[in-house]
Design a binder for this molecule. Structure first.
Ligand SMILES: [Zn+2]
Length: 132
């Protein structure tokens, strides 16, 4: 999925459900694109829960002040990985393991991704009262 789709769908999700604000919203938005930004080969270590889960557990158990800032970043990353799982190529969520989650709903940069983005805009618009 392209960065614009990740940002827009992630923004809609935050505005309707998650409600991160201020610095936490900024960290959440960074998390939405971080897996793609940090990788040379797409959908490898940056898309692996094995990278993101240990800091989640450690900060939750030991560094609660850090956890409050790691949580929105982590949620953004998980939303990113979740959206990529709907692509035809899927995500190796436990990279370097070959186990892959793939729902095969769209192909990145194709009409199918733009259709999903368009449907997301309509759903967001509906829940924001756009059709009233
Ligand atoms: Zn990605």
């Amino acid at each position: 999925m392209t960065w614009i789709s990740h940002i827009l769908i992630g923004f809609f999700l935050n505005d309707l459900l998650l409600k991160f604000s201020g610095v936490c919203m900024g960290l959440y938005l960074v998390g939405l694109v971080l897996p793609d930004v940090m990788e040379y080969n797409h959908r490898t270590i940056g898309h692996s829960l094995l990278l993101w889960l240990p800091p989640f557990v450690v900060t939750y158990l030991v560094f609660r002040d850090v956890f409050n800032y790691y949580l929105p970043l982590f949620v953004g990353v998980v939303v990113h990985i979740f959206l990529d799982c709907f692509s035809k190529s899927g995500v190796r969520i436990f990279y370097p393991s070959d186990f892959r989650v793939r729902f095969g709903l769209y192909k990145t940069y194709s009409w199918s991704e733009w259709l999903i983005l368009g449907i997301s805009v309509v759903i967001y618009w509906y829940f924001k009262g756009g059709f009233v």
